[in-house]
Design a protein around this ligand. Structure first.
Ligand SMILES: [Zn+2]
Length: 145
């Protein structure tokens, strides 16, 4: 019994760790502002959050907000091969077919993520200076007129 619980926590860390690496790679040095993880039915959101806090140590992910949502089924249209998420009875949004296959969903998957804005090492240093200069420029222009 304890062995099984330990193993599921370990599995969860593997899945969350894979999500962390995937986002950090895709962010390519930009700060990530928000992440939405899809969790399978048997995944405890509190455990997923704890795993995220322990694993998201990449500079790109520091300060990123995390939201967990239930992971819905991935459906595959047998007529046009379109993939989408939805209930088992949903029709294909692409061609309207009801011939669907349900693809296996991972326990933890990235639903979406967003970049916070400025690349790491830029923006925080460069942007205020640029704003200062433009503000000064405007002041000078106003003084001169
Ligand atoms: Zn279709």
């Amino acid at each position: 019994m304890p062995e099984r619980a330990t193993r599921s926590v370990h599995d969860l860390q593997l899945w969350v760790g894979a999500c962390v690496r995937a986002i950090a790679d895709a962010a390519r040095g930009r700060h990530v502002g928000s992440v939405v993880l899809g969790l399978g039915r048997d995944v405890d959101p509190a455990r997923a959050l704890a795993a995220w806090m322990a694993l998201a140590d990449d500079p790109a992910l520091v300060g990123a907000s995390l939201r967990c949502v239930p992971n819905t089924h991935v459906l595959v249209c047998l007529d046009c091969r379109h993939e989408y998420q939805g209930g088992r009875l949903a029709r294909c949004p692409s061609c309207g077919s009801s011939a669907l296959a349900v693809a296996p969903t991972p326990p933890v998957t990235v639903i979406e993520w967003a970049v916070a804005g400025a690349p790491i090492g830029e923006g925080t240093v460069n942007r205020p200076r640029a704003q200062d200069e433009s503000a000064r420029g405007r002041t000078l222009a106003r003084d001169g007129s």
